[in-house]
Design a protein around this ligand. Sequence first.
Ligand SMILES: *Cc1c(COP(=O)(O)O)cnc(C)c1O
Length: 424
Amino acid sequence: MQNEWAIETKTIQCGWEPKNGEPRVLPIYQSTTYKYDSAKEVAMLFDLEAAGHMYSRISNPTCEALENKIAALEGGVGALVTSSGQNASTIAITNICSCGDHFIAAGAIYGGTVSLFTNTLKKMGIEVTLVDASLSIEELKTYFKPNTKALFGETIANPALDILDFEKLSSLAKMMQVPFIVDNTFATPYLCRPFEHGADIVIHSATKYLDGHAISVGGVIVDKGTFDWTNGKFPEFTTPDKSYHGIVYSEKFGALAYIIKARVQWIRDLGSYLSPMNAFLTNVGMETLHVRMDRHCENALKLATFLESHPKVSWVNYPGLPSHKHFGRAQKYLKGASGVLTFGVKGGMAEGEKVMNALKLAAIVVHVADVRTGVLHPASMTHRQLSKEEQALAGVTPDLIRVTVGLENSNDIISDFDQALNTI
Ligand SMILES: *Cc1c(COP(=O)(O)O)cnc(C)c1O
């Protein structure tokens, strides 16, 4: 029955399924440990011979309910919640790539992800090539090497707001026999379901719209469960893991191999599981995801339309505007263009800074995707650590102001930007 529910029903009903007499609302299982009647049962858990909670560094009932909800929304076979979106990106890659491996990522992605990929994963011997995803499939193919193990991109790029060309990139990944990993943070499963457009693995910064209230940092990895790990490129899935008495993940777990391996190797060893309290908060946020996202889209479109007609504004970038370079693609893949827009003012960043400082309702925040309207200047904030070339590839120009449009009354939001623009 659950599979047939509409997404509005799933956001509320999926995940926590109380049995007779149990709490109706998902409880916070604030326990590190779990009771079993015999030593043998615990030994079987350690050997992955039985499923069950053992220790909250690896799994927990509150977190599991959130995992099941997100897996249901994305249409995946399983999910794994992590301490942050950054950790989800890290594990999504390290679960596939080892020292000596290579992967390809679209250049227009979140600055923190660029730093992770180009600096920290590099220290682990994993090499990334950032590419211009607008190149043709033939040109993109030339970046692949024998040790290339994955292709990575964002549904709606933060903050370039490019819309991923799912059709092209998923066929490229298929042709090169590597998984297509999509960061679906800005779209959420309400606005886009990447598995329906050829993605193999989806990740989220749950800190953003899934939580939606700026109260909890978290991440999630979801697996569609259909990628063929036995195609010869992924020995970690098809050869014995000596840390589990020689288990072979693809044989033992089939469609669940990727998520189980991520949990029992990476989460076990790095200790970066989500806390039950944060899973609870994220779950409460997600219960209204569909209602919030409709309004975020509506308010963002109204503000974008207003800014586009304002004499002090030099350009506006919002995928819901017909003037956006990927408007057609947004119509094709998204139910709405989400709540983030960017713009520049005449006079460049010097004037832009004055506008940001003059805003009263919209605050300057290092955050995006919650109920409150906020602004940020990526070149000096989120994308500050990137080189000039990386900034250009990420679509970050010096004058770009990113707006996360909240759920306040749209007239109040527009008035605030109007008064701030009129100060310059
Ligand atoms: C914020 C963000 C991340 C990182 O997530 P954290 O929860 O802050 O670690 C990754 N991808 C995108 C698109 C983001 O916006």
